[in-house]
Design a protein around this ligand. Structure first.
Ligand code: MLT
Length: 258
């Protein structure tokens, strides 16, 4: 695991493959409440491609940041990491919350994007009810810590019961303050639907048909607004296609984005 101080915080990331192989480096952004570890199984399918898997702020081994921050701040972190690595353009792939970050990058830094992958995510903002539920969870995590989310979310993140323990352990390792920061950041994110018709880069959308957290309709709606997007729907796959169907997920991303 490498660490660099970028945008005022220490960011941890793994870099795989060989720099300079493929069209542009590929950045894989994990969802909530997870870390870069989420992508490790799928890396076997990426060969020698130059792939970077960061931990978003407050997650995994990256710094926990005091005070409120936004999904746009997370996007700034990722771009600052690319700057530090002297990468002009990258293929940005985001899973769920990582997809919200990828869309925030598309809003502010579209010139840095060589391709966009949206995995198990959505362009909609939170409804008022969802927002209120997020803040209620912030209060609960403040008291009970990350075990609360490990217990409540791990069983819903994958349609494959065998992944439950892996996900439970990944969530348990997350710093509680980072979980609280990410929940608030997700609650306050704007919708990104206005951006979609203007995307000029290749777009891959991947969604499991058994996703218990974000329904496949959200991806179909995004596809309808992005003419060049390639949507791959995976049968019997839940919210974590990179764990549940790593070969199909990697092929869908590579096929549309390389
Ligand atoms: C995620 O998997 O990143 C989150 O569940 C997304 C969300 O809560 O909106």
């Amino acid at each position: 695991m490498q660490k660099l101080t970028v945008n005022g915080i220490q960011m941890a990331f793994e870099r795989w493959g060989t720099a300079g192989v493929g069209r542009a480096p590929i950045v894989l952004l994990h969802g909530f409440p997870l870390s870069h570890v989420l992508w490790r199984v799928m890396m076997a399918e990426m060969g020698e491609l130059d792939v970077i898997t960061p931990d978003l702020r407050g997650c995994g081994e990256s710094a926990v940041v005091d005070g409120a921050y936004s999904i746009a701040d997370m996007a700034d972190d990722v771009i600052a990491l690319l700057d530090a690595l002297m990468i002009e353009k990258a293929i940005i792939v985001g899973h769920s919350m990582g997809g919200y970050v990828a869309l925030a990058i598309a809003r502010k830094y579209k010139e840095r994007i060589a391709g966009l992958g949206l995995v198990s995510t959505q362009a909609l903002a939170d409804t008022p009810e969802r927002k209120a539920a997020r803040y209620a969870t912030v209060d609960q995590v403040a008291v009970q810590g990350s075990v609360l989310l490990a217990n409540s979310m791990a069983p819903n993140l994958s349609a494959d019961p065998q992944q439950g323990t892996v996900l439970w352990e990944m969530i348990l390792r997350q710093p509680a303050a980072g979980l609280m920061g990410a929940l608030a950041a997700m609650a306050e994110r704007p919708a990104a639907t206005d951006l979609l018709p203007n995307f000029k880069f290749p777009v891959a959308i991947v969604h499991g048909l058994a996703d218990a957290l974000i329904p496949v309709e959200r991806s179909r709606e995004m596809k309808a607004l992005i003419p060049q997007a390639v949507l791959t729907e995976l049968a019997d796959v839940g919210h974590c296609p990179m764990l549940e169907a790593p070969v199909e997920t990697a092929n869908a991303l590579k096929g549309a984005l390389l």
